[in-house]
Design a protein around this ligand. Structure first.
Ligand SMILES: [Zn+2]
Ligand SMILES: [Zn+2]
Ligand SMILES: [Zn+2]
Ligand SMILES: [Zn+2]
Length: 380
């Protein structure tokens, strides 16, 4: 990790890297379901809610796993938290689903005075986020302090979290904490929400052709939060939620998309590939408070409006510029997906994989010739 002029901290390759090489595997410091606290229908009628169909500790689908799910004996409703195994259940009781979490979630869900069906879903999900963060502060004060040192939003953007923070502060005032922690101020809660928004990754349901993917949970990783953004990234992140044993299911794996020379910064994209230039600039400024000036943005800034701002994959063949060729190579061909492609990791003896994997729909495709890739990359 180094200081990069104009960008703050960033991660730079300390040695030459081969396409597909894993540069980081990171475990989240906390994660929480992206589903409202209050269900619109009685819980028995909803098979769709993620906290009844996924393990509350490892977030793997319970349908995919064998055996009956275990529940939390102390939760107000037996289905409030389910676990895939006794291992997850016992790990959760000392980390992600402590008695405090159990009590607090039950309280928030049952106290209709504070949270009811009129409470916007975003607020209800932010309440889940705060439960996870406050619990972290009690079970792992060091990780909590490190989280507080991450980038949030600039002061001028922090305002958008203040309204949420005022509401959430009011509902958490009636909750007791243990003596290691006390309820933070409205300003600190707003700061926590901003840091969470800026640094969290989505744990997604599997891809389906008609529905795409929906977000199952949000997770925050301390080390992975140091990757800077580029709209032409050289690395991308993967999750293998349902196909990994429970002790590493929420791990984030960052692999490089092609060979990278020593000294080059490793960047991921915070956004999907097919977002237009003005839209990317708007999101990056609003959510991450910076104006992107990557090579792709420099090129697309000069495009006239008449030419259109969308990267049209189908039109790539006609354009001699490197940008469409680059995107064609590293963007998933599936119309409904448009994830980024990275090779599978090289074999143990260093042989490159012949397959590229999409980080969104997970489809494997044949990797094109390496020589062509090298000539393309000289232009980036
Ligand atoms: Zn589990
Ligand atoms: Zn419980
Ligand atoms: Zn850019
Ligand atoms: Zn894909």
């Amino acid at each position: 990790m180094v200081e990069i002029e104009g960008k703050g901290r960033g991660l730079v390759a300390s040695q030459p890297l081969k396409g597909g090489q894993i540069v980081m595997q990171d475990t989240p410091i906390y994660a929480y379901f992206v589903s409202p606290l209050k269900l619109r229908q009685p819980i028995e009628d909803t098979n769709g809610s993620c906290y009844t169909r996924c393990c509350a500790h490892c977030f793997r689908s319970l349908e995919a796993g064998a055996g009956a799910a275990l529940t939390c004996p102390s939760c107000s409703h037996p289905k409030d938290a389910a676990f895939c195994s006794s291992k997850c259940q016992s790990l959760a009781f000392s980390s992600s689903h402590t008695p405090w979490v159990c009590r607090t979630l039950s309280y928030l869900r049952n106290c209709s005075l504070h949270v009811n069906h009129q409470t916007p879903e975003d607020r209800q999900i932010e309440a889940r986020c705060l439960v996870a963060v406050f619990n972290l502060a009690m079970v792992s004060p060091y990780a909590f302090q490190t989280f507080l040192s991450l980038d949030g939003c600039g002061a001028r953007d922090g305002q958008r979290y203040i309204d949420s923070a005022i509401f959430l502060h009011s509902i958490f005032t009636s909750i007791s904490f243990d003596d290691r922690f006390s309820l933070p101020s409205v300003e600190t809660i707003a700061d926590i929400l901003a840091k969470n928004w800026r640094n969290s990754f989505c744990l997604m349901d599997p891809f389906s052709e008609d529905k795409g993917r929906s977000v199952r949970a949000h997770a925050v990783y301390l080390n992975a939060s140091f990757f800077n953004h580029s709209c032409l990234p050289n690395a991308c992140h993967f999750h293998y939620l349902d196909t990994t044993p429970h002790n590493g299911s929420t791990d984030l794996i960052i692999r490089v998309m092609h060979d990278i020379p020593q000294g080059e910064e490793i960047c991921i994209s915070y956004l999907r590939v097919n977002i237009s230039y003005p839209e990317r600039q708007r999101i990056l400024m609003n959510d991450y408070t910076f104006a992107c000036s990557c090579k792709r943005c420099q090129i697309e800034a000069n495009w006239s409006r008449e030419e259109g701002n969308e990267i049209d994959h189908n039109g790539c063949d006609d354009d001699p510029g490197f940008l469409p060729a680059y995107l064609k190579r590293f963007m998933c061909k599936r119309e409904s997906c448009r994830g980024f492609l990275a090779p599978l990791p090289p074999s143990d003896d260093g042989n490159p994989s012949k397959f590229m994997e999409c980080n969104f729909c997970r489809e494997l495709t044949k990797r094109p010739k390496a020589l062509y890739e090298a000539s393309l990359l000289t232009k980036v």
